[in-house]
Ligand binder design. Structure first.
Ligand code: COA
Length: 435
């Protein structure tokens, strides 16, 4: 990678770095990563998340280690459609397997020789009795003995560790209120933890792609409604379908986003979280609030937002007729039935650029990233239209744009038709962003 690429990549990641600081992510990890050598790179990516101020809860599974130990002890674990049957003897094996997986993960998270990517990370890792379990019980006549389900998550306990900058490591074992140990599915725990602490993200590090053959980011960002339609696809494996169902359930329980990431891809966590294109599948709740192309019905809402801004000289005046004529260029943020944000993209196809105009958010809804989301929406539209840059003319909001990757340029650099209509009295700054 040359210096220019590095700088571009680093800058591209900065909005995500700012946005994620102070957020909490739950990561669900399969234990195959211990045997195939991917654990150390996952550990250093986790260390990086921590140093960027992201709270990390890592929930691990131990199925493959359990399988190995069972084989070694010539034991077999019965499975029903509801889950494994954990007898007392098998629970002994599971305890041993989970313990050894835990120590290996702790040691990977503690590594940090001078030349390693963990150098200087000094991660503090804690584990404990965060998961209160209940027995799965007898299902269809089969007693599942020590197989359990999460009953309650000790969220305050976890949150206090996160607030102290510690990585919380959770094993697939839980204790019941009577002090008995139960074997749980790590993915059940990851979901329960994400839901109960209302994490911003749950990331499943899978052993395969979440949905194969989806190259475009737009095809990999799904609402839960869209995700449901995929469940009939024959091309998806049972494991992929299971993860999609889990993702749908988790977002409907209030977690903002669930990512399905192929952990076999080096740096998958970082690519997914800090690049525009990502590399995994992102499933989010069906939006109560969303950005969409504007229609004529939205004009009163748009006018309500922009008129006061025009009156104070922040936005250039636009007649209702102009908005009507240009309505196909507008998009709006609709919250329930109200318009709370708007903007318009005027393309200049010959120059492969576009003007972002009229970007505004209703004063009651500011400072929650809505204008940032509108900007991302228009950038995506601009790229889809084949534009290579967008520009804005701003009198008072220059800093907002420069903090989001725009750089000042000259009036002479505007497309010629726009240069001619530039109002020299407004003395707007011209800022441009390459896409
Ligand atoms: C600028 C505007 C669109 C931002 O909307 P928003 O949804 O609050 O934006 P975001 O939540 O993505 O960003 C909020 C951040 O931008 C900052 N910000 C707001 N207006 C700013 C300005 N004029 N200059 C620099 N930063 C600004 C806020 O202080 C906040 O940062 P903070 O939380 O660190 O203090 C909104 O304030 C607005 O509608 N302003 C009037 C219209 C306007 O100026 N439009 C630009 C047209 S050129």
């Amino acid at each position: 990678m040359d210096a220019e690429q590095f700088i571009r990549g680093f800058r591209e990641s900065s909005p995500y770095i700012h946005r994620f600081r102070g957020q909490t992510f739950v990561i669900s990890l399969e234990d195959e990563s211990l045997s195939d050598g991917t654990l150390s790179s996952i550990a250093s990516d986790i260390a990086l998340l921590r140093s960027l101020g992201i709270g990390v809860i890592l929930v691990f599974a131990a199925s493959s280690r359990i399988g190995l130990l069972l084989e070694k002890n010539r034991l077999e674990m019965e499975r029903t459609p509801s889950g494994p049957v954990t007898t007392e003897k098998i629970l002994q094996i599971i305890r041993e397997a989970v313990g050894s997986v835990r120590f290996e993960i702790e040691s990977a998270l503690s590594g940090g020789g001078d030349n390693s990517s963990m150098s200087g990370a000094q991660l503090k890792v804690v584990s404990g009795n965060y998961v209160i379990a209940r027995p799965m019980g007898v299902i269809n006549g089969v007693d599942h003995f020590f197989t359990g389900k999460p009953r309650h998550i000790r969220t305050e306990f976890i949150k206090s560790h996160i607030a102290s900058g510690e990585v919380v490591l959770i094993s697939p074992l839980g204790v019941s209120l009577s002090g008995e140990l139960f074997f749980l599915d790590g993915k059940d725990i990851a979901q329960a933890v994400a839901e109960e602490i209302q994490a911003q993200k749950l990331l499943f590090l899978m052993n395969e792609e979440g949905i194969p053959e989806r190259k475009e980011r737009s095809a990999r960002e799904l609402t839960s409604k869209e995700a449901k339609t995929l469940l009939d696809l024959e091309s998806l494996s049972p494991n992929q379908k299971e993860h999609i169902v889990r993702a749908i359930d988790t977002v409907s329980a209030g977690v903002d986003r669930v990512h399905l990431v192929n952990r076999l891809r080096d740096g998958a966590l970082l690519l997914e979280l800090f690049t525009r294109d990502g590399c995994g599948i992102l499933i989010s709740a069906d939006p109560f609030e969303s950005i969409m192309p504007a229609t004529l019905e939205d004009i009163p809402g748009i006018i309500e937002i922009i008129r006061p801004l025009e009156a104070s000289g922040i936005l250039k005046g636009r007649s209702r007729e102009t908005i009507e004529t240009d309505i196909s260029l507008f998009s709006v943020t609709r919250r329930d039935r109200n318009i709370i944000g708007c903007g318009a993209l005027y393309p200049f196809p010959k120059e492969k650029t576009g003007e972002l105009a009229c970007l505004a958010v209703h004063p009651d809804y500011r400072r929650c990233g809505r204008a940032g989301n509108l900007l991302a929406w228009f950038e995506k539209r601009a790229r889809e239209e084949g534009l290579e840059s967008i520009f804005v003319l701003s009198t008072q909001t220059g800093h907002w744009f420069s903090e989001r990757g725009f750089s000042p340029c000259r009036v002479e650099d505007l497309p010629s038709s726009r240069k001619d209509s530039y109002n020299h009295q407004r003395k707007s700054l011209v800022l441009k962003k390459n896409l």
